[in-house]
Design a binder for this molecule. Sequence first.
Ligand code: GLC
Length: 630
Amino acid sequence: MKNWFAAVLALVSLVVAGTVVLRQQVPVEAAAPQAAKTGQAALTAFDPQVDKLLAQMTLDEKVGQMTQAEQGELPKDLSDVDGLFLGSVFSGGNSDPSPANTVQDWTEMYDRLMARSLKTRLKIPILFGIDAVHGHSNVVGATIFPHNVALGATRNAKLVEEVHRLTALEVRATGIQWTFAPCVTVPQDIRWGRAYEGFSEDPALVAELGAAAVRGLQGTNLADPLRILACAKHFAGDGGTVWGTGRPEANGPRRPLDQGDVTLDEPDIKRIHMQGYISALKQGVGTIMPSYNSWKGVKASASERLLTGILKKEMGFEGFVISDYNALDDIPGDFRSDIKTSINAGMDMVMVPSKYKEFYRLLKSLAESGEVPMARIDDAVRRILRVKFAMGLMDPKRNQLADRKLQASVGSAEHRAVARQAVRESLVLLKNDKKLLPIAATAKRIHVAGVGANDIGIQAGGWTITWQGQAGPVTKGTTILDGLKAAVKSGTNVTYAADGSGAAGADLAVVVVGERPYAEMFGDTTDLAINKDDLAALAAVKASGVPYVVVVLSGRPVILGDIATSAGAIVAAWWPGTEGQGVADVLTGTYKPTGKLAFTWPKSVAQLPLNKQSKNAAEALYPFGFGLSY
Ligand code: GLC
């Protein structure tokens, strides 16, 4: 019996070894990453069906597939959807359905658009895209999860995957099948207004969590009706721009960093800024969005090296490349030459919110003149159709309208419980040398201060209900104050004053300070300052002599100044989203803090850019990976 077993074992190990050797021998560019690891069929597996459809398509229908319009810019009767054979429609950060921002109105809008697209000769359904970047974050009532800066501090890939699986479910509940996420940026200078969209300054952590996000969103089969198409963005180097090279503004100074220039040589831009794309590709990500920034003076949306040489040829990307919002306008030249440059560089679909008719007309003329070869048009449409076939959009037996049974999942208690866990695991305890935390069960009165302690909009941050995000009761959720009131022991009274007055006599004060919501270029900063009203509230509490804990609500590390020495305890809470009770769980000890900094925390802006590999990394206030517990 033993000999027989040994023989089988030998045979099995031979087979395994053989497989490993084979895989190692296959050159990278030939191994379609989509087929690797996830078991998801390589997108090229759909080419026989794609080519059959492609052969039937007119130029008008092909150009239409490459056009993405903004839903709010369409005529009321939606006739452009089928009239121009649009491949996709999207909602930007401020774009809601009419008459209101409700799950039902989103669903009705989606169904109307889908129905129009199915009136076309070939019945190729639209893809509807949206920035569901921390939950279905345009939609009132949706679960809003912590932003990526917070998820990075959890170091928990499984949790990140689950957060994105639930996001996919809530997005699908409105019919929508595509999110422009995850952002796999690797921010190197936290003065950048989009630093919070990144998981970390560390490429390896971004690669790990970016892959988890894609897995959660797409699952392992793009045809899964409970998953959605992901979009890794912004390719490449969005978080690596040089200070002072940011976006020029018509009526003011250029932005310091956003949409600036990356000067790294190719090995370094790959090593630092492309690891998230390699891991996303291995998970079978279906779309990739080029960045507004330029690389060595060439806009990413115009760079054949980036979009074709590296992404499609070297990395073997088989899905399609979707431009950023009007990103072609930043390419030097007029709109027609911008389109010619970008499509020939490898752009496959263009996000032209309002001027989609002009885009359609110009691209058609470029194809007719041969300035954009038909082979390039066919390659772009083939890539778009591969994704649509893989998603089951071309299955005539499949109902492409929204599955309204899913609506109950939007903002459900189960989803909010997962969001609460993500909040708990994302908090980083930076200081507690007087053991003020966890809040003593014997405390008679806890005094809470700071506008952000009682404001859902502030705790959710940018990209929430609106593009920039905003203070106020913008959606359903639990504030930090509400969470504390529910969490403290019955004998403890929780009082509150936004301005910090009334603290005297309390056992402990909790002061919430930080930033107000922002997005993109509006978040570029020279000072990483804490909001002045928050500092005033802190001063009032300090003057009362009551020991105090500082909770920081921000999209990134901020300059703490003397708070670092004067506060008894400091907790980084980032932008936790709707479930503020996760913060209370940590403050009261229901959950012991486990978060670790995913970004280096500077003492002063003079140190920036400052990362774990910087020469002066040891001079940081708190280093990458830092985090205390109870
Ligand atoms: C924005 C962002 C991009 C987003 C797109 C659509 O400008 O750069 O991340 O997906 O437009 O809203």
